[in-house]
Design a protein around this ligand. Structure first.
Ligand SMILES: *Cc1c(COP(=O)(O)O)cnc(C)c1O
Length: 405
């Protein structure tokens, strides 16, 4: 490697490019109704996490505009100084009620909510068990905490149990860190089994509901709430074993920011110890007001959630019937069509875009090597007819690829 900084940058970029892993960004103009415009062309957008189209929902937009007019754009200071406005209090109240918890921590992103709260709550001499597919912010939080880290294969309960058992003689505090919906796979964490293990080996769970907020539970409170509603987990067990749940305002809620739901005492400790909170400006006022309005929308129109999940399961079934390798939970709107190969994934995404569909091509290091995929992300705005057309386009690519090989 060269000593020169610029030569080093060039070398590294070259290496990334050679592996077909170079990422670029483009200007994407969101148009609403599941559409966007790129370089003058209108496309159907199957790539965003805006599952209900809330980022362009008129009621939510007006709430954000009104709050800006009333209180300004930015929060102007850290929350602990003077950056906690009435818009922050309103959002915090709405989330506390929505999540049925003691208190809420508001953060400028879901990333920071995860990283900062794990770093702050897990002690150096604790032991963390972490699913290999956990989001980067969870892994970063674990590393920052300096606790001992055991990574287990995705949802591999046998290994997890063995590792927990091995640690039984150690006098340490144990944590299991997991997403509840895995964002690149659309799989649900085996929470019931994880809770049983937590009980058996005296461990705590940290659950990241980023892709579950607004998608699971009767009003979108997440997977844990859904399991409680179904009677699979009791409120008492949840309180004993899941001290914190983390969510995002940036995906289904269509706004920006993250939150931690926990007891009033734990939240107070986080406000006092989580570095990205203490040393960063509060969430923007528009983001707060939009998220508050989005929660109201979910509470007033919970059928949005069931209809999204129904169309997801229909779509998934059609794809599987057509012979595609589709991963994930039956009714998750994250629909990964696994093509294995990076080059093929990129060329399919390009071809689909030429036909009017914008779909995320996901490659390593976002996903493990050899599991490149198209990540189709469904929104309530996509009609049945549109989805059928997309399936036809995918089938045509499948036939073309089969003929070539
Ligand atoms: C998207 C995501 C985050 C980060 O949330 P942001 O609000 O976008 O920063 C955290 N955890 C998981 C599992 C995610 O999918």
């Amino acid at each position: 490697m060269s000593n020169s900084f610029h030569a080093d940058v060039r070398d590294r970029l070259g290496a990334i490019n050679e592996q077909n892993l170079l990422r670029t960004r483009r200007v994407v103009e969101p148009l609403g109704q599941g559409r966007c415009r790129i370089e003058g062309r209108e496309l159907w957008d199957f790539s965003s996490n805006d599952y209900h189209g809330f980022s362009l929902h008129p009621v939510i937009q007006s709430a954000a505009i009104k709050a800006i007019e009333q209180y300004g754009v930015g929060a102007r200071a850290s929350v602990l100084i003077s950056g906690w406005t009435p818009a922050h209090q309103e959002l915090s109240d709405a989330l506390r009620n929505f999540e049925s918890v003691g208190d809420i921590l508001l953060c400028s992103s879901g990333y920071v909510a995860c990283q900062g709260s794990i770093d702050s709550l897990v002690n150096e001499d604790d032991l963390i068990f972490c699913d290999r597919l956990n989001h980067a912010c969870l892994i970063d939080g674990c590393r920052l905490s300096k606790a001992k880290l055991r990574i287990y294969r995705h949802e591999d309960l046998t290994t997890l149990r063995r590792e927990l058992k091995k640690s039984q003689s150690e006098k340490v505090r144990r944590w299991i860190v997991t997403e509840t919906v895995f964002g690149m796979d659309g799989t649900l964490a085996p929470l019931i089994e994880l809770m049983q293990l937590a009980e058996e080996f005296d461990a705590y769970l940290i659950c990241d509901e980023a892709h579950a907020t607004g998608v699971y539970g009767s009003c979108g409170q997440g997977v844990i709430a859904q399991l409680r509603e179904q009677g699979d987990l009791t409120a008492e067990l949840i309180e004993r074993r899941i001290p914190i749940r983390i969510g995002t305002l940036s995906k289904a809620l269509g706004s920006q920011g993250g939150f931690v739901a926990s007891s009033a005492e734990t939240i107070q400790l986080l406000w006092n110890t989580s570095r990205p909170l203490m040393f960063s400006t509060g969430l923007s006022i528009a983001a707060c007001a939009a998220a508050t309005a989005a929660i109201e929308q979910l509470q007033e129109h919970p059928q949005k959630i069931s209809s999204l999940r129904n169309s997801a399961s229909q779509f998934r079934r059609h794809l599987k019937d057509s012979g595609f390798e589709v991963w994930g939970e039956e009714n998750s709107p994250i629909i990964p069509v696994v093509l294995w190969d990076e080059e093929r994934t990129m060329s399919w995404a390009k071809e689909l875009e030429a036909q009017g569909y914008l779909i995320g091509a996901i490659r390593p290091p976002t996903v493990p090597n050899g599991t490149a995929r198209l990540r189709i992300s469904l929104s309530s705005a996509h009609s049945e007819e549109l989805i059928e057309n997309l399936i036809i386009a995918l089938r045509a690519l499948q036939t073309k690829t089969a003929e070539k090989t």
